[in-house]
Ligand binder design. Sequence first.
Ligand code: ADP
Ligand code: F6P
Length: 319
Amino acid sequence: MKKIGILTSGGDCSGMNACIRSAVRTALRLNVEVVGFKKGYLGLMKGDYLRLDSKAVSGIMHRGGTFLQSARSPEFRTTEGQQNAVKMLSELGIEGLIVLGGDGSLSGALALKKLGFPVVGIPASIDNDIPFTDMSLGVDTALNNIIYAVDCIKDTASSHARAFVIEVMGRNSGYLASVAAIASGAEFALVPEREFDLSEICQQLRQRFEEGRDNAIIILAEGVAKGQDIADSIKDAIGFETRVTVLGHYQRGGAPTVFDRLLASRLGKKSVELLVSGNHGMMAGLSCNTILATPLEDVLKGEKRPQDEMLRLAEVLGI
Ligand code: ADP
Ligand code: F6P
């Protein structure tokens, strides 16, 4: 393989730049040329790319987001869009493609594989909902961002004797919410994977407040409900002052943590090695601190249950 492409797709996350850097440097050592497509599958279909030499990826390790930019492209979901992408790749003399993104982007990679094009996927999404990897890229940084924000909010919550509902991202996954609740010492975590009774939670809050523990943090996964609706229900039920913070896209940016920089570097290197050795149609993932390859079909058929242990831990800790 003499020339490969790389792109970042779907929701961005911290660590994408570090991963591109690692893939480019690994490829260059193997005398493989790399091009980076701009804005994910959109740039791939249009042939909008940059040549990535060693200099192009220097100084980006510590930067969040993705310098190649990302996008969501409805056109690429169509067979015609995917065929155009393969045509573009062949016109540019590109023999393999690395895709960084969430489950949607990896489904796109699988579609290219089914058209006979060599691809390797890298799990990159703060939601941590991708099977066959213990952690996706960007999750650790997002969690650290959330914990920083929750610590700040706890200070003001205790000064004013208020309950705070803090809404975090994750789409349909409650991973960020449950881990953030455990690591911040929050009182409650409301996640899609676990049923809860809001009136029971209100009762526990009332009891806490009566015992003199007059503030509380409730971490809410966005897949459960809107933060304001939960806060209104609590206020109506027990009358205590309640505020809402929606952390939003703040969670997705910022300098990647050491964990994400290292994971990015390991996944980037492995993805190139898989492509060049002809072991494609795979996703590189982290399993028990080892970087392993899993067929994209298995990844996309699989169900991620990283929640079980976290939910049990939360229960034991009374969250
Ligand atoms: P993420 O990768 O973060 O899950 P999306 O679900 O928005 O984000 O997917 C990113 C892009 O991947 C989409 O805009 C689309 O171009 C492509 N994609 C998503 N799902 C599919 C699919 N089933 N088949 C082909 N391409 C897909
Ligand atoms: O999939 C990553 C994610 O950040 C989700 O947690 C969130 O629901 C969604 O993307 C937000 O998407 P957008 O950036 O398009 O608003």
